[in-house]
Every structure is written in C-alpha cells, then in structure tokens.
Design a binder for this molecule. Structure first.
Ligand SMILES: O=C(NNC1=NCCC1)c1ccc(Br)cc1
Length: 312
C-alpha cells in the first residue's frame, strides 16, 4: 500500500498537523519524528483542559493497567492510559494501533486548540507505555507498505505532505542523498558535515538548533542581530533580509533560504531567529526550519535505517 496526507502549518509554521482517523473520528495530530507515542486528548480529562479540542471517547479496547507519561524537549508533556483502535493516516490503516488517551496534558497543549495530540514517528524503542512498550504507527504498517519508508515535504507558510510507502519525485529537485542513522537513542540521528556533534531530524521541533559557533557565524552577517537573553535567543529587525544557510549532509548539500530563518515577530518590529543554539541540548536538532527546505526520506527499506535528503 501507499498513502499521502496533508501537513498543515500552524501560525508561523510553529508545527504541522495532519488529519488522523481513530475509531472513525478525525483528530489533527502533530507528526513527530522526535518521539514515539501516539496520544490524543480524551474525555478522561477535565472538560476545562480539553475545551476546543477533539477528544477521544475511548472507543477502542482498553489495555488494562497500561499507562504512559511523556516529556518533550520543550518542557511540555502529557500522560494517560492506553487503548487499541483502528488508525488511518492518508489511506494507510493500522487495524490494532496503541492509542494513548490523555488524562492530563501540560498547558501549552491545552492552549493550542488546533492540536489534538501527537503521532510519534521516531523508533519504538523510546515509546513510553508501561509495562509493555507499544509500536509506532509506522512500525505497525511498514510491512504493508510498498516500500518501508515515509517522506516529509513540509513547506514554508503553506500545506505540505507526508508520503507513506513511496517517494514522490515531483516534490524535490536534484537527487536524494542518503546517510546512515544511529538508532541507539531511538531518534533519526545522523552526522552533518561542518556541524559538530550528532544531529536528529525532528519534525516535532520548530527551529534549527546547531552549535554556538555555527550560530554566531551565521548572525555575524545579520547587521541588526544580537543575542537577547530575555527572549532566549538571537533576534533581529524584521525588515532585514537574511542570508541563506547551507549544510553538507553525506554527498549532498541543502540550502535553507534566508526568508525561512525569519521565524516570527517577538515584539514590535523585532523578529526571532529560526537558527538557534543547540549547546546544552545534547544533540543538534534539524527541525521544521530546516526540514521545510527539503524532501526528507525516513527509510527502513534496508537492514539498517537511513535518512535521505533532497532539496525541496
Ligand atoms: O521533544 C522532542 N521533539 N518533539 C516535540 N517537541 C515538542 C513537541 C513534540 C525532542 C526530541 C529530541 C530532542 Br534531542 C529534543 C526534542
């Protein structure tokens, strides 16, 4: 089988949401290659906590005694219990998918009423369900796909797609360049030339986080840029045009247009940069600011997983 689903950006491309059918009800979920739980708002939460969200009514079969509890890199989190239900994404069906129903979520999820939960697409080794880890949607369907892969084509300020089971050559230019993936930490982890340390491809992270030295070198070419500790990153005049950022990954190079690196206004005519420091995180994070310049293939067609990058 193959499938494709639209990925619609929230304001300022803060995250990208896809329609997912769970037990016949459509939820709008953040497809997150940086985590491995599929969780949804549920009627088990206080009504005040789920106001404005589509909530799961536990239509599936309860896995009694199973719980989950997840924390994300931005400090947000959620927890709850577990059901098994039919899940459909872009026409691709998992007949018995672990659906993690929330009993509590952190305030940033409650306040983002466009978002009804997350669908994790990292490796199942970091799924948080206890006492028995559960498989991601991709792990559940990959054997039924024409090719064991999915591909992200996120776009700047407009809807993109996630493709399942096939590569759409109309969505990129040039060729796809592949690099090996280290799965030991459960992430789509790879090495990028000229960017020290390990990097992860994370659709669930908004910005591009790279080492201080690379960040300082980038903003040295932005006259109005400075590090603003009160904002927690580099800011600049919203009217200043920004340089492109190019990185070599394997035998290919990807260029992020300067326009994409103007993330959003923070106050008046001051804007927050899409490139920020990864120092202290432990990994570089190639999030949506980077991914929206690419067609990225999350590939398990071979004995060892690999990532493919092409210019979008
Ligand atoms: O949590 C992570 N990615 N997903 C999401 N962030 C916010 C909501 C979803 C994440 C994963 C690995 C590293 Br290293 C840093 C962050």
């Amino acid at each position: 089988s193959t499938g494709s689903v639209s990925a619609s950006p929230e304001s300022y491309d803060e995250s990208y949401l896809i329609p997912v059918s769970i037990g016949g009800t459509t939820f709008h979920l953040d497809l997150d290659t940086g985590s491995s739980d599929l969780w949804v708002f549920s009627t088990q939460q206080p009504a005040s906590q789920r106001s404005g969200h589509t909530a799961y009514k536990q239509t599936g079969t309860k896995k009694s005694g199973y719980t989950w509890n997840i924390s994300y890199g931005d400090g947000s989190g959620a927890k709850g219990d577990v059901y098994v239900d039919k899940v459909v994404v872009g026409g691709v069906t998992a007949t018995s998918q672990a659906v993690e129903a929330a009993t509590s979520v952190s305030s940033s999820f409650t306040s983002d009423t466009d978002n009804d939960g997350l669908i994790g697409a990292a490796f199942s080794s970091i799924n948080t369900v206890s006492p028995q880890q559960q498989l991601t949607f991709f792990d559940n369907v990959k054997n039924s796909l024409s090719q064991k892969l999915f591909a992200a084509r996120l776009r700047y300020h407009t809807a993109g797609t996630y493709d399942y089971g096939y590569i759409d050559s109309s969505k990129y230019s040039g060729s796809i360049h592949y690099v090996p993936v280290n799965t030991a930490n459960g992430f789509w982890e790879f090495t990028a030339s000229g960017v020290s340390g390990s990097s992860i491809a994370d659709t669930g992270t908004t910005l591009l986080y790279i080492p201080d030295s690379n960040v300082d070198a980038y903003y040295a070419n932005v006259d109005s840029a400075s590090y603003d500790s009160s904002q927690g990153g580099y800011t600049f005049d919203c009217d200043e045009s920004l340089p492109d950022w190019t990185v070599t990954i394997g035998s290919g190079s990807i260029t992020v247009p300067g326009e994409y690196i103007n993330f959003a206004p923070v106050s008046g005519n001051t804007c927050f940069g899409g490139i920020q420091s990864s120092d202290g995180i432990g990994f570089n994070i190639f999030g949506d600011i980077f991914l929206k310049a690419t067609y990225t293939v999350f590939d398990q067609t071979q004995s060892s997983p690999r990532l493919g990058f092409a210019q979008g």
